[in-house]
Design a protein around this ligand. Structure first.
Ligand code: NAD
Ligand code: MG
Length: 383
């Protein structure tokens, strides 16, 4: 009874964060132990008490039993539990078709909710299936990686990959609710947790001195898996991302808005593409190096203080992330990286385009970065 009492006393109601998008508005619920109460949380925002769950082979055995119990407790019927192989390869057309066929064969109708339980791969795949099945089913995100909780589950982007490139096919389809259960992160491999933290640090740099300073003081506790730090990071990240999304839902602004969320990603995507999407370099690790390089480039171009890059790099490294090219276990060719950056979706009219910093909270898009400056930076970084 003492343990029960302690648990009751330490129990915090989950935090709720609104995402304001007119009639597509929804809430992000953040806290420990949400899966077990999923039915009660979902019932008010869904048209009916039936659903299909999409998960992957790693997450399903760990967390689906808790979610299933939480849904059934509130009278939800699970028409199908669809499990896909873990990893980026599941974000493709043949897998999408299988998921759609399973959903519809199980009797899903226009009121059946599609619940994504997993990381960004499951969220993007299940979300796209929800967007196109019967021309659109209600969708619920239950993200189980830090990356998915702070980034991919918020904003409504869904999709799959083509051999030509990542995320080239998809739809905007906003969820009805996001349940970010930070307790699910306890089973996430430490390397995945650190990689997700890179996007938190990015949000810190985008948000301003307050959140960036929080990162510098609490980031190391977070990557050790401390619950309080995780809840704060998810909440503050979602606050930043949802505010950006609310101002530019469909990434129509070329300069501000959602484009700023690409801080660190021009370099990051180039490094990731050079390594192939096989897990040798995780997206978040590439972004961490990209943040270090974006800060260094900003300093070289005279936009921010000369101290900022050192601060960014030291912090990411203290959290166990690579922050410079020299931190990575392999070398890169400057020409290959420049070639990749020229092909990046964000490149317009052949000029190199980067999100740069004047300081924390002061990001901007520069479309006129001289290739020579980038080349010299990459060489000096030990490329
Ligand atoms: P992921 O979904 O592949 O998950 C990473 C690994 O962790 C997988 O092996 C998974 O099985 C495992 N896993 C997930 N949750 C777990 C848990 N709680 N315990 C143990 N293992 C767990 O990868 P990710 O990093 O979550 O997401 C990457 C994907 O997200 C990419 O495809 C990327 O394009 C996409 N993404 C989308 C958006 C968006 O706005 N839609 C934004 C950023 C990234
Ligand atoms: Mg990213």
């Amino acid at each position: 009874t003492r343990r029960v009492q302690e648990a009751l006393e330490s129990w915090q109601p989950p935090a709720r964060l609104p995402v304001t998008l007119g009639e597509r508005s929804y809430e992000i619920v953040v806290g420990d132990g949400l899966l077990a109460r999923a039915g009660a949380l979902l019932a008010p925002v869904l048209p009916a008490r039936h659903a299909v769950v999409v998960t992957d082979e790693t997450v399903g055995p760990l967390h689906l039993p808790t979610l299933r119990a939480g849904l059934e407790e509130a009278g939800f019927a699970l028409l199908a539990e669809i499990t896909v192989p873990p990893g980026e390869a599941s974000k493709d057309f043949s897998r999408l078709q299988l998921v759609l066929e399973r959903m519809l064969a199980a009797g899903a109708d226009r009121r059946t909710a599609v619940i994504a339980l997993g990381g960004g791969v499951v969220g993007d795949l299940a979300g796209f299936a929800a967007a196109i099945a019967l021309r659109g089913l209600p969708f619920v995100q239950v993200p189980t990686t830090l990356l998915a909780q702070v980034d991919s589950s918020v904003g409504g982007k869904t999709g799959v990959n083509l051999a030509l490139g990542k995320n080239l096919v998809g739809a905007f389809h906003q969820p009805r609710i996001v349940l970010a259960d930070t307790a699910t992160l306890a089973t996430l491999p430490a390397r995945e947790l650190r990689a997700g933290y890179a996007e938190v640090a990015k949000h810190g740099l985008l948000s301003g001195e307050r959140l960036w300073h929080w990162c510098e003081t609490q980031g190391e506790a977070l990557v050790r898996g401390e619950s309080e730090a995780l809840v704060t990071a998810v909440l503050e990240s979602c606050r930043l991302k949802s505010a950006v999304v609310a101002g530019d839902e469909r990434e129509e602004s070329a300069e501000g808005g959602r484009a700023l969320l690409n801080l660190g990603h021009t370099f990051g995507h180039a490094l990731e593409a050079e390594c192939g999407y096989g897990g040798t370099l995780l997206h978040g690790e590439a972004v961490a190096v990209g943040l270090g390089l974006a800060a260094s480039l900003s300093a070289r171009l005279g936009h921010c203080s000369q101290e900022l890059p050192g601060r960014v790099i030291a912090h990411l490294q203290a959290c166990g992330l690579p922050a410079r090219i020299g931190d990575l276990p392999r070398g890169f060719s400057v020409a290959a990286l420049l070639g990749r950056m020229r092909k990046d979706k964000k490149v317009r009219d052949g000029a190199l385009r980067f999100v740069l910093l004047r300081g924390p909270g002061e990001a901007f898009t520069a479309g006129d970065v001289p290739a020579e400056t980038v080349e010299r930076l990459l060489r000096d970084e030990g490329c």
